[in-house]
Design a protein around this ligand. Sequence first.
Ligand code: NAP
Ligand code: GDD
Length: 339
Amino acid sequence: MKRAFITGITGQDGGYLAELLLEKGYEIYALYRRNSNQRFDRIKHLLDKIHLIAGDMTDQSSLIDAIEVSKPDEVYNLAAQSFVAVSWKEPVFTAEVNALGVTRLLEAIKMKKPDAKFYQASTSELFGLVQETPQKETTSFHPRSPYSVAKLYGYWITVNYRESYNMFACNGILFNHESPKRGIEFVTRKITKAVAEIYRGEREFVSLGNLDAKRDWGYAGDYVKAMYLMLQQEKPDDFVIASGETHSVREFVEKAFKVVDIEIEWKGQGINEIGIDKKSGKTIVKINPQFFRPADVELLLGDPSKAKRELGWEPEVSFDQLVEMMVKNDLKNEGAESG
Ligand code: NAP
Ligand code: GDD
């Protein structure tokens, strides 16, 4: 039986990846942070099937112990301070986890299980101020936030351990992927949760920031399959994982309201723009400068052709299906914080 060690198990991707690896017969060990208000919402159905190990990406000895105890064949490093907006408020902590945390984990593997295969959760945020479109594995990076600068370090230290120590270490350069289990601070889930609440008459409007930002959005359940496939190859390599389509936040808002039969009309401009429900004339979207970032990533569009060619990976859930899935989940999840 193969053994996997996953960090970030309590996050969106951690639950989907654990489900996939359990289906494939893996024994799973996973790192969790001890919190005063422990939240295992996303993995409560898996708790009796996996081994949880307390630890933290900022604590070297906990990672060494975790690798020693789990003796993994495969390590998936999903743990991160993953909310870009907060990385300007907590730049040093973000770097501790997203940059140095990767080195700590690689060191633990090098010391205790050097033949383990390693997956690093890299990101399309590395492309930032994009140098070409669509973005592929050879596109130059230009990170635009403390989050992505820290992730750039994580990317290169992964390549460096591959080249220095011949470790099987891979970067998945994943574009945005969402699901009903997405954290409520990210724009997609913030929108779908608000649509459900507005539809039920529990709130009047949602406040958003940059509606013109464009993202290449896919479904998290599809994307964890690519993580697994990268570690099943003969040679370690880095892969872009994306849908190959891009949509603006504005389009996401329109599609999400459409699921509950609300059509939006936009009026005004800039921070004075509002979205109106065509039927009732009520304002359901407002702009709040609080949600703009000091520097934003305006356009992401990935080219997943290498993943298709070499991994045989393709996304299955379309943009429209994703939006509908998330809104419908929030409609039935009355008052729930996460999926
Ligand atoms: P998420 O829902 O925010 O989950 C992050 C996970 O990291 C949580 O389990 C969190 O634990 C854990 N974590 C944070 N700081 C930690 C620390 N100091 N020590 C140990 N664990 C820590 O993120 P996600 O969407 O699942 O994303 C998974 C990974 O992929 C992240 O590295 C993210 O940066 C990267 N990524 C995500 C996307 C995307 O669109 N989702 C795209 C590209 C890359 P707590 O529950 O204790 O906070
Ligand atoms: N969160 C948020 N809230 N974003 C908003 C809002 C709002 O009210 N209004 C507009 N946006 C815009 C942001 O400015 C950004 O351009 C876009 O919506 C997407 O924001 P997020 O959903 O927060 O995601 P992200 O693209 O910054 O980062 C996510 O994807 C990365 C991969 O590209 C995260 O999952 C990162 O961890 C991941 O690396």
